[in-house]
Write a protein that binds this ligand. Sequence first.
Ligand SMILES: Nc1ncnc2c1ncn2[C@@H]1O[C@H](COP(=O)(O)OP(=O)(O)O)[C@@H](O)[C@H]1O
Ligand SMILES: [Mg+2]
Length: 267
Amino acid sequence: MSLPMIELNGVGKSFGAHEVLRGVELKIAKSEVVCLIGPSGSGKSTLLRCVNFLEPYDVGDVRIEGRLIGYEDAPDGTRRSMNARKLRDMRREIGMVFQHFNLWPHMTAIGNVAEPLRRVRGLPANEAADRAMAMLTRVGLAAKAHAYPSHLSGGQQQRVAIARALAMQPRLMLFDEPTSALDPELVGEVLEVMKSLASEGMTMLIVTTRWASPPTSPTASPSSTKAASSKRARRATSSITAGSRGCGSSCRRIMTATAFDGAISGR
Ligand SMILES: Nc1ncnc2c1ncn2[C@@H]1O[C@H](COP(=O)(O)OP(=O)(O)O)[C@@H](O)[C@H]1O
Ligand SMILES: [Mg+2]
């Protein structure tokens, strides 16, 4: 059996005295699409940032295909920070898309996608531009390659951000409220791109505050719309209605929690 793409065991994280994550257990298989729903402040972004170690977790393990991220366990049982180069290499495998796109305003769409390929992957300019163009084409934005972010709609900017992440050829993608900042009419185009990624087998962990619509599966709890306020995590094995806000129809597994107090699990 292959190792989970993402595995969290007993993960905890505090900011000073404020405990944000406690005992989080989560397993996501390769090609699985998981949507984690919780209200603002419940620790969703912190959880995602622990997965790629943008935020160091305090206790527990975060593993990507079995490999601990951020730390190295020494033979004497102590744990030390991972070598910076090894951490960089692991992070390259993990794409991340943010709520507010985080594009460089002074660069065109193609510049935004090509620049990390040059800086991080070390591709020559022409190869980076070719790959960037291919990624923009994939998200339906070839015609906007030379537009600046200020001349793109929110949905288009988010698609550029997805193209930028995809260009790095990640093994998994993290989405932090990818449609929350969008006008309702622009949500669909971003969800379509996410759906196509899911259908191609990308492993995706999506966090959102939105309960898009009740899952349709008979296995879903009848009170599932109330689940977002539940102390216990609930999960459904079904999908969210196509075109809805939030995770979209690609989610195979939906989990909710008010706080990541250990109730979240990938069981
Ligand atoms: N760098 C930080 N320093 C201090 N507190 C933080 C930091 N990042 C997040 N928090 C706090 O942790 C809690 C969870 O934040 P966050 O993970 O951003 O939640 P969510 O993404 O679910 O809205 C919030 O109370 C937030 O204020
Ligand atoms: Mg957040």
